[in-house]
Design a protein. Sequence first.
Length: 424
Amino acid sequence: MKIKSKIAKATLLSLLISTGTFSIPFVYAVQKLPLLDLSTSFQISDASEIIGFSRNKENWVIAGIDGDEKSWVAQYTEKGEQLWRIFPIIEGGGGAGFITALAVDGEGVVLAGVSQNQLSITRNIQAEPTPSPTETSAPPTAAPSPSLSPSPARTVPLVNPDNVIPETSKPLRENIKNIFLTRIDNSGKLINAFNTENSRDFIPISIATSISTKSTNYFVVGNESSAANESRGGLYLFKSNGSVNPLTFGGKKTSFKRVVVNSASTITVVGSSAETLAGRAVAGKVDGVILTISQSNGALTKVLRSSGKGATRSWDFASGNLLVSGTSRSGSLREGVVTSFSTKGAVSWTTRFPNTIQALANGKCIAVESTTSEVRVYMVDSKGKQSKGARIPSQDLIALGTTLAKGCAILTATPAGEFRVSFR
């Protein structure tokens, strides 16, 4: 199984929302941009593939796969110094497997993925604050309960929504039938893990945490595959008491990409669907979808469909203020799309980027990848107006984040397989 970091392609013609059709103020983004200054960027070492990254205060947590197909997670400073790197599946005794989703919150790092065996936290992992860390282990300790520890009596928001961009089209190997979710503290030590049998061929893609005074809930979305070219959206709720509640949405033509915890008692999931969801029929060839789901019982309470006649649409990224981004394709026309919604579901502004195969938006940052493998990054204001644009030629876009100084961080890959984090 190979975890891929490319996102689907495509075109926005119109936006169809469950309450009606809206006229949208499109802004075409065609500017001649200067080259991005790469003098402050840093390269990620010993990586054959990158799953994603997320900011942890002033540092960056990055998950990837090395040349031996071993999944790792590491923390870097903004100057590129590696503070620690660990191999959670190996350290947890998981056997073969892959990390497929990454998130950072106020308590540390949360990872999800699939493995051959259950992960067991039987010892502490000592982090080595060097660019090339080596493992040292503390004396073995008793394995804790498989439930996560209760959170402190306060609410801890996500520092930055996870920027995981994995995609897979191959079925799981027969012996990789365990789903894990594990937490790592800010020093790089594994501190707890969940495990559940993967009877539905589920691949985790995105994680969001909801931490309250009573408990910590982990919402993991991804896709279940029952046959070739078939996909159901999956939402797995990992509760702090150790229980796991899997929910499925759609039948054969629904794909989930991101999950965001709202301030209310709901979560938002974005993705694509070519079938009816909650009574809302598909309007285009494939519609981009935004789902509102109850945190308490998993009920689907609202569906927003973005569509165009004969168009293939997908929402691939979302942040807490309902800024969503994705792609649209109609015939030979391919576009990246970024849309900002109000809390009531109305469109505030929309920007589309022609000749684009990928679009990501995070905070006040937008990054797109053109059909000619050029990455462009912009700052945007509350009305979608772009400024401070720059470009990186001959690069593939993997992920986008925001810096502590309210700038942009762009994770890219070269055709030669080198991975780099650059700043704007």
